[in-house]
Write a protein that binds this ligand. Structure first.
Ligand code: MN3
Length: 268
């Protein structure tokens, strides 16, 4: 597996951060960038909810893009593989990260490479649909997992909804309890493998709860992710077997609300 060469000079963190969020397609990037100080290497003032510490979770290292290679790499987990025990056991984390997530990275790079070959006249253009599907599935799978790792924190470390995010949850769901009940039901009822998401719709600014089947199906076009839970069986089966609802219930105690606040601000 290719890794970043950390000896290569890097752009100031402000630019890396903007690029990383731009790669995600998140709106609000201009707002983040506009908060940037002129001092090289300094972080912009993130528009996180009042009272919430900026988590800085979603810098370029979160997404593993290697600009020189023009490929993605598998990002490191932001904590030890046993850091989320007992809710998520270390073996599940290790398999999920080094096998499943790594496979999405490989599939994404393969799709990007094959589509490039087609453009260069070295492939079969009738396969565009196939490789476009591969691109969509694996790109979504990769980014979903990049977000997922950082949207979790060891129990008791993730804070709680604060500031603008907390106010938006109250406005759009009525209460945190009502949000939680809706979100857990959405996660429990994903048909097959998929995800439940709290998203901020960029067209109206409201928070919605959505499901995605597989990695990307049914995701609303203007939605910007705020919080997501992986409910593919590989995320929980070793410990929870068929009891997905038990996993979802326990998972709510791992939410990194600082990171969710950062995504909420970026999706304005
Ligand atoms: Mn997964």
């Amino acid at each position: 597996m290719k890794t970043h060469n950390h000896d290569v000079p890097r752009e100031p963190a402000t630019l890396d951060r903007r690029s990383a969020l731009a790669a995600l397609g998140l709106a609000g990037i201009g707002a983040l960038a506009a908060g940037a100080s002129a001092q090289p290497g300094s972080l912009p003032a993130p528009r996180v909810p009042a009272g919430a510490a900026p988590s800085g979770e979603f810098g370029p290292e979160a997404f593993g893009w290697d600009e020189q290679a023009g490929q993605f790499t598998l990002p490191k987990l932001p904590y030890a593989s046993n850091a989320l025990e007992p809710v998520i056991d270390a073996q599940t984390m290790e398999i999920h990260h080094t096998k499943h997530h790594a496979a999405y990275v490989a599939g994404l790079n393969a799709a990007l490479g094959e589509l490039k070959r087609l453009r260069e006249g070295r492939g079969d253009l009738s396969l565009v649909r196939h490789w476009s599907r591969e691109l969509s599935f694996h790109a979504s799978g990769h980014i979903n997992h990049c977000l997922f790792w950082r949207l979790m924190a060891p129990a008791g470390r993730g804070g709680s909804p604060a500031g603008e995010l907390a106010a938006a949850i109250d406005r759009d769901f009525g209460s945190l309890d009502a949000f939680t009940a809706h979100f857990k039901a959405a996660a429990a009822q994903v048909e097959g493998g998929g995800w439940a998401w709290l998203v901020r719709d960029r067209a109206c600014g409201r928070l919605w709860i959505t499901q995605t089947e597989k990695q990307q199906d049914m995701f609303p076009t203007a939605a910007s992710p705020v919080l997501g839970i992986d409910v593919w069986e590989h995320a929980y089966y070793l410990k929870y077997q068929n009891k997905r609802s038990d996993y979802v219930q326990a998972w709510m105690g791992l939410v990194n609300w600082w990171a969710a606040g950062e995504l909420f601000a970026a999706g304005a």
